[in-house]
Design a protein around this ligand. Structure first.
Ligand SMILES: *[C@@H]1O[C@H](CO)[C@@H](O)[C@H](O)[C@H]1NC(C)=O
Ligand SMILES: *[C@@H]1O[C@H](CO)[C@@H](O)[C@H](O)[C@H]1NC(C)=O
Ligand SMILES: *[C@@H]1O[C@H](CO)[C@@H](O)[C@H](O)[C@H]1NC(C)=O
Ligand SMILES: *[C@@H]1O[C@H](CO)[C@@H](O)[C@H](O)[C@H]1NC(C)=O
Ligand SMILES: *[C@@H]1O[C@H](CO)[C@@H](O)[C@H](O)[C@H]1NC(C)=O
Length: 359
């Protein structure tokens, strides 16, 4: 972090050599034609060289310190701080860039990481049949990953366009970028989820080779989201309509196609419902995973059994067997409780292909 960025130093050195040779060119010419002045010329050249070197050294040290301070400032309190620091270390003129441009640069790095990750996955898919051939499940999971990474790339492109265009108010555009980056973030977990087989030992063959790159993408996106919080945020207003992927326009926490009467009923129901079991990631409920709660729910129940799932992302394969009748899931709201549920993992369908439960 302390050292100056390499490309910059290399560029500075090249500039220095170039200006030095341009300086020596006329001097050499003068020296051959006017021999008596060569001593003077040599003396002035070495002085010029010393001055140049000192200026360069000072400027480099100051720029490096400024750059390091900017890295510290931007990465402070970040969940994936190391990834943040190594990304920002190579962004030119970091100290002079407004936060919006820094986010844009991180999003661009994430897009490059997505491309690398997609080609890593594709390389495994091209593996020929025969010895060491892919299992069906791994092949399916890999194709899902390639498709999901394609979605991520498109979403990052939208975020970049939004960040660089001045079409909307700053607050509006931050909200748009936030939505699209949040969607981009979950793709990577959905991809990795596809490899989880019925038993842990099934995880083994391909996932370890691709997950490092996939996590790197997720961490870069997560960092961009964290940086986004430093930009002016839109104040929450009840009447505001928000566009959410897969849901359409959302008003007061409900998609706009839900009628006012239904909305009231649903809102009322949430207040009246008393959960039979509570799932919470932080351990404040009866269980920490949805799967455990489903297992604990009564078989063939004739009464409604309500499982309340507190806010959080539950990336697990939830199998709800047909004996689990009258089961109802209640979440903390859209984008607060998200379950990626796979109905079945043995019929060649991955999590991504099967239904996803939200709220
Ligand atoms: C995929 O990336 C991992 C490291 O992240 C590397 O070990 C592996 O060789 C790569 N595989 C292919 C097929 O490119
Ligand atoms: C901004 O507006 C221009 C011209 O109206 C349009 O072409 C461009 O797609 C818009 N950009 C975004 C990110 O909406
Ligand atoms: C679930 O937790 C609540 C509150 O802690 C408790 O009253 C209830 O008995 C628990 N239910 C089960 C089935 O453990
Ligand atoms: C439901 O049935 C399965 C077997 O079909 C059994 O293993 C499980 O313990 C039962 N669960 C409850 C809550 O009764
Ligand atoms: C899953 O795919 C394999 C290979 O294509 C096939 O042999 C098997 O019957 C499929 N299983 C199901 C449940 O469709």
């Amino acid at each position: 972090m302390r050292r100056p960025p390499k490309p910059k130093r290399a560029a500075a050195a090249a500039t220095f050599l170039l200006s030095l040779s341009l300086l020596l060119l006329p001097l050499g010419f003068v020296a051959t034609h006017r021999a008596f002045s060569s001593g003077v010329a040599a003396a002035s050249t070495s002085t010029a060289k010393r001055v140049l070197l000192e200026d360069d050294g000072h400027a480099n040290a100051a720029a490096a310190a400024e750059h390091a301070a900017a890295v510290e400032r931007h990465c402070a309190g970040m969940l994936h701080r190391d990834v943040c620091a190594s990304t920002l270390a190579t962004i030119p003129d970091l100290a002079q860039k407004p936060v919006r441009d820094v986010i844009s640069a991180v999003v661009a790095r994430a897009a490059a990481a997505v491309r690398a990750s997609a080609s890593n996955c594709s390389a495994y898919l091209r593996r020929p049949a025969g010895a060491g051939a892919l299992r069906v499940r791994d092949r399916l999971a890999l194709s899902d990953c390639v498709e999901l990474l394609g979605h991520t790339l498109a979403q990052l492109g939208t975020a970049e366009a939004e960040l660089s265009s001045g079409n909307r108010s700053a607050e509006e555009s931050v909200a748009g970028v936030q939505t699209v980056l949040s969607a981009a973030l979950t793709n990577q977990y959905t991809c990795l989820d596809g490899f989880a087989g019925p038993s842990a030992s099934e995880d083994g063959r391909v996932r370890p080779y691709i997950q490092g790159r996939i996590y790197h993408v997720a961490h870069l996106v997560s960092n961009s989201l964290a940086m986004l919080r430093r930009l002016p945020q839109r104040r929450r207003r009840g009447r505001e309509a928000l566009e959410l992927e897969g849901y359409g326009r959302v008003r007061r926490g409900f998609p706009s196609w839900v009628s006012a009467a239904d909305r009231r009923r649903l809102q009322q129901q949430q207040v009246v419902l008393v959960p039979d079991l509570v799932v919470a990631k932080d351990g404040s409920g009866n269980f920490t995973t949805v799967g455990e709660a489903v297992a604990a729910a009564p078989n063939n129940s004739e009464a409604r059994f309500v499982i309340y799932i507190k806010a959080g992302g539950y990336f697990e394969n939830v199998e709800v067997g047909s004996e689990k009748t009258n089961l109802m899931f209640v979440g903390d709201g859209m984008w607060k409780t998200v379950i990626k549920a796979s109905r079945n993992v043995v019929d060649n369908s991955t999590t991504f292909r099967s239904a996803t439960l939200g709220q």
